[in-house]
Design a binder for this molecule. Structure first.
Ligand SMILES: C[C@H](O)[C@H](O)[C@@H](O)[C@@H](O)C(=O)O
Ligand SMILES: [Mg+2]
Length: 392
């Protein structure tokens, strides 16, 4: 039986949460004085939205087959992303068999090399790739994890990222990752405040519950070294994204400097197997954190994961809800997952891409059995008004 072909690709934008999960209303922990590379400038210290962290917004890509089945996925790319999908990428998808995922990926990547390779272009490639997997799963009536070789474990185990690791432990998570709030520009007082926060959380959680820092690219090598060394007394499990993503040399040196047993991790702002090859071969990370909605989709994450496995480096994808759950379920070198606490005070478990997706599963007791629903098993919320800014 000939497989259906893709009839149409459509790109929509939507504001307020969703894949661009930093696009939140006021009074959210995720935008409460988090340290960033822009914190060098005092005007941009108290809010990441002030410097534009949510400027792109959410992109939703739909791929409709000629039998009427519709697959979709989402990423952070907004209107510029909609333009790239409609005006450039759609030509490689429309008319192709729904099974032609590798060839579509290769043409999308090769055709955008002159302006892509990383960033928003590969975010768009990721959304198309994920939408194709959602479509193929729906046509074959299989969950995406079944298309990837099937489960290696019964359920996923999660750590929580958010301002309240003490509450995350009570909710059953195995560890907590704190957003670092003060960078080098805030001097010794900022470093003291960081360490006081860690000490206070250490007091409130049990010894077996790990704590990590998420530094979101905000530090320099000297500060990261001192923060790691001073955090060791509180059993810090890993220091994440301490440096700007292009400072491969700094990451390799930081790994040589941190106390033995503490992980240096990075990767959520890295793209494709080539970027991760550099991270791995330069010895930048003890664990890598690609975001499947950004790094190149499932097709590329599978390549990145195999490369990391050969280096003995675990792959814990950056929080990306169902899009990474279906992958992590099938890979032995992805022993646990991230769950981003998107409740404004990080005190309750709410769906990560709220309100965009219906049927989005969430960890219960820090664990999740991925539903067997076809594709990624989620639906677009009809109450989220989608706008299609471009056509082709
Ligand atoms: C909490 C961090 O500052 C980011 O907002 C977070 O999205 C990302 O870095 C993560 O690892 O979850
Ligand atoms: Mg991070």
């Amino acid at each position: 039986m000939a497989m259906p072909k893709v009839r149409e690709v459509r790109a929509y934008v939507v504001r307020g949460g969703g894949a661009d999960y930093h696009d939140q209303a006021e009074q959210h922990w995720i935008d409460d004085h988090v340290a960033t590379p822009m914190a060098y400038y005092p005007d941009y210290r108290d809010s990441r939205q002030k410097f534009g962290l949510n400027v792109l917004g959410t992109l939703v890509v739909e791929v409709e087959a000629d039998d009427g089945t519709v697959g979709f996925a989402t990423t952070t790319a907004g209107e510029p992303g909609a333009y790239i999908v409609e005006k450039h990428l759609a030509r490689f998808v429309e008319g192709a068999p729904v099974t032609s995922i590798e060839k579509i990926w290769d043409q999308m990547y090769a055709s955008t090399l002159y302006y892509g390779r990383k960033g928003i272009a590969v975010n768009c490639i990721s959304a198309v790739d994920l939408a194709m997997y959602d479509l193929l799963g729906k046509i074959r009536q299989e969950p995406v994890y079944a298309l990837l070789g099937g489960p290696v474990r019964d359920e996923l185990v999660f750590y929580a990222t958010g301002a309240r690791p003490d509450i995350a432990e009570k909710l059953g998570f195995v560890g907590g990752k704190l957003p670092l709030q003060h960078g080098p520009a805030e001097g010794p007082e900022g470093l003291r405040a960081n360490l006081d926060k860690l000490a206070s959380m250490r007091e409130r959680v049990s010894e077996d519950f790990f704590l990590s820092w998420d530094c979101w690219m905000s530090l320099d090598l000297d500060y990261a070294t001192r923060l790691a060394q001073r955090s060791a007394e509180f059993g810090l499990r890993w220091i994440e994204e301490a440096l700007p993503p292009d400072d491969y040399w700094g990451y390799a040196e930081l790994r040589r400097r941190v106390p033995t047993g503490m992980w240096v991790t990075t990767g959520e702002h890295e793209w494709t197997r080539f970027g991760f090859r550099l991270l791995l071969e330069m010895g930048c990370a003890d664990m890598i954190q690609p975001d499947v909605n950004w790094c190149g989709g499932i097709t590329e994450l599978a390549r990145i994961s195999a490369l990391a496995d050969a280096h003995g480096v675990p792959v814990i994808p950056h929080g990306s809800s169902v899009y990474s759950y279906h992958f992590v379920l099938t890979r032995r070198n992805s022993p646990f997952s991230e769950f981003l606490m998107m409740h404004p005070q990080a005190t309750e478990v709410v769906p990560m891409f709220h309100p965009l997706l219906l049927d989005e599963p969430v960890p219960v007791g820090g664990r999740l059995r991925v539903p067997e629903t076809p594709g990624f098993g989620v639906r677009l919320n009809p109450e989220c008004a989608l706008h299609r800014p471009y056509t082709h």
